[in-house]
Design a protein around this ligand. Sequence first.
Ligand SMILES: [Zn+2]
Length: 287
Amino acid sequence: MKNGNEIKFEQITEHVYQAQVPTPTLPPSFETNSYIIQNGSEGLIIDAGSKDTNHINELVNLIQSIGIRHVSGILITHYHHDHTEGVPCLQSRYGCNVYVHPLDMKNAAQEMNVNIHQFTETPKEILLGDMKIEIQHVSGHTHGHIHALLHQDKVIFVGDNMAGDGSVWVGPKDGHMGDYYAALDKIAESGCMIACPGHGPVLKDAALASTLLKKRRTLREDEIYSLIQKERYTLDGLVNLLYRGTIPDEALWVAKKTIQSHLAHICESRHLTISFDTEEEKFYYQA
Ligand SMILES: [Zn+2]
């Protein structure tokens, strides 16, 4: 039931607020984060995933309650619907720019059901009064994914390149594992303390969290490589062996995409033979 108070709102640093907004997204998350950067009466919104009128109204009230009188823009980290569905409604309320990376623009327009001309290409930096927000293009989770860096508060907004509660999925058609590893390196080298992810709580040691996440992913890739060195596997065989029973069945398609992305990266960086078994009518992968 809607009680008009569904958004968890928390101040993270002097200029940054996190709003955890209920959205249709992937387990284990049930919320997608919007962030508000404030400089006096000026504000910038990062991501807006819910088009529910109650959520929009609540978010607008929260933004007003912290003293923001002018929202100068909405920045989207990437095009996925759980980060963008609320954007058109907020844009019409504030009459502001919506910043989207060109590589994500076509998909973003589709997800939001708006004309691509409503978007502004993400600049290298956004000024909020006298405060600078640096924008970096960092593909991985999607091709046009961006990070925003508020150096003044040592905060980096990482969208779905990290999660506060678990790992993220990286797979076709949007994701690329090699790019993703580079994205995690970039977070570790950013000089920022706090990473603000698209889902879950903020990560208080951005460098450590991104390093651990990269380790987890590369260990998984090594595990896949050593399995296919010993014998041939189908994609479904690998999914069943590595994931079935450890994650909800409805999330297995996501695991499958991530394994596809690992296999593609093994193909690019090591050695992979793909064969087709005509009896079984299946592709097999072997190193
Ligand atoms: Zn996403």
